[in-house]
Design a protein around this ligand. Structure first.
Ligand SMILES: Nc1nc2c(ncn2[C@@H]2O[C@H](COP(=O)(O)OP(=O)(O)OP(=O)(O)O)[C@@H](O)[C@H]2O)c(=O)[nH]1
Ligand SMILES: [Mg+2]
Length: 401
């Protein structure tokens, strides 16, 4: 029985040779494929059928001891296998966290790109004139706020200056801050849809944007709120992806449902949903692959996963988070457009804002895509994922308390 279950869990190993093939991110997302995306029916059998669970409910419970054994094995492995990011994340666990300070620190590069430049600009002008507006426009566009949004902001500043008869250049900074806050406020609603239980979060995005890391951070956040969290290793494309999620699971103290490398992601999600139901979990967070041989495969695979969720977990509140890397600038907008074709994206997670001077992309993204930015990543540590709040963000950008 134990053996039978184990075999069932691992019955999708045939596809492991997939990993040998070359791929790159360009293939996945950049090429402008015009082919129709066919979402295949789920043809492969799921490893455990609902009937089997009804007959033998202890089957699901047996997943627990199984995982514990595995966990010990993995822990041994991890000791030898020192991952760089691991070290980065384990520093200062007891440090008292000042979230605003972290945000400010994370945004320091963007601050240099926007606020500091605005300061220099303002100081070099005695009065407000057209040339000042033009230079300001350039600063905002360079910080990736986006041409349309920049034009809008500048036009409104011009009007405000006229109406309020403002003459001192210093006032421009205040007005800009106000305008950016209003623009962002119009669009953002930062709450994750996890208030009611059960809920499921599907995390999608191209490779390397920070999906797995963000899942770890979200799990940490939710666990801190007293929620029962389960993770699903739906990125079966590389063994390392599964291990990475497991490391996060261990670090945060939540279980991870996983199959072997190369197995069917829809089957992993299926099992994870059954386990989430059986263990009465509040939130199930699912990782997905960011790379496959091409965009069509990736989108087909996601389509299958969404179908399993619809069919097996209709009672769960659904959140589909698209993770975007802020350092990729305008390219992130293109990625979002591609994912919107197959997924009903309910929120964005914008990562690596600490690594770019172009944090203005937050504004461009929320404005152009009309999808709320729910979370932002401002570093690699467990605490470096914050709920997005427009006025706090702009305050941090302008270096205010
Ligand atoms: N500085 C910084 N680094 C981040 C942030 N979020 C993620 N990273 C780093 O980005 C790298 C990629 O993150 P992953 O979580 O592995 O990305 P992924 O989307 O799961 O990638 P694939 O599994 O390859 O598709 C890792 O080194 C992370 O530590 C962030 O907010 N700031
Ligand atoms: Mg990953």
């Amino acid at each position: 029985m134990f053996k039978k279950l184990w075999e069932k869990l691992n019955n999708k190993n045939e596809a492991t040779d997939k990993k040998e093939k070359e791929y790159n991110q360009e293939d996945v997302i950049m090429e402008d494929e015009k082919e129709e995306l066919h979402i295949d029916e789920i043809t492969e059998e799921s490893p455990i059928t609902p009937e089997e669970i009804m007959e033998e409910p202890e089957m699901v419970e047996e997943l627990l001891p199984l995982e514990k054994e595995e966990l010990e094995e993995n822990n041994e492995l991890e000791k030898d296998n020192e991952l760089e990011e691991d070290n980065a994340l384990e520093e200062e666990p007891t440090e008292k966290i000042n979230l605003f300070a972290r945000l400010k620190e994370g945004l320091s590069k963007t601050k240099k790109g926007i606020t500091d430049k605005v300061d220099i600009l303002i100081k070099s002008y005695q009065k407000i004139d057209e040339e000042l507006f033009e230079e300001l426009e350039e600063i905002l566009i360079t910080a990736d706020i986006g041409v349309n949004t920049t034009m809008e902001v500048i036009d409104e500043l011009r009007d405000a200056v006229k109406v309020q008869k403002i003459t001192q250049p210093e006032k421009i900074k205040e007005l800009l801050q106000e305008k950016l806050t209003t623009t962002l406020n119009e669009l953002s609603s930062s709450d994750l849809n996890t208030e009611s239980s059960p809920s499921i979060i599907l995390v999608v995005g191209v490779n390397g944007v920070g999906k797995t890391t963000s899942i770890g951070k979200i799990a940490y956040k939710l666990k801190g709120q007293g929620k029962k969290v389960l993770l699903a290793a739906g990125d079966t494309f590389r063994a390392a992806a599964i291990d990475q999620l497991k490391i996060w699971g261990d670090r945060v103290g939540v279980d991870v449902i996983k199959h072997q490398e190369g197995s069917d992601p829809a089957a992993v999600i299926y099992d994870a949903i059954q386990a989430a139901k059986a263990r009465k979990m509040d939130v199930l967070i699912c990782d997905t692959a960011g790379r496959l041989h091409n965009k069509k495969n990736l989108m087909n695979e996601l389509g299958k996963v969404f179908k399993v969720v619809e069919r097996e977990f209709p009672q769960a509140v659904k959140e589909v988070l698209l993770v975007l890397d802020a350092t990729t600038g305008q390219n992130a907008i293109q990625q979002a457009k591609t994912f919107k074709e197959v997924a009903n994206i309910s929120g964005l997670v914008l990562t690596k804002l600490d690594g770019t001077a172009k944090g203005g992309i937050v504004i461009a993204i929320s404005k152009e895509l009309n999808i709320p930015v729910k979370l932002i990543g401002v570093g690699e540590k467990m605490e470096d994922l914050q709920e997005f709040n427009a006025s706090v963000f702009v305050k941090a950008l302008f270096g205010e308390e």
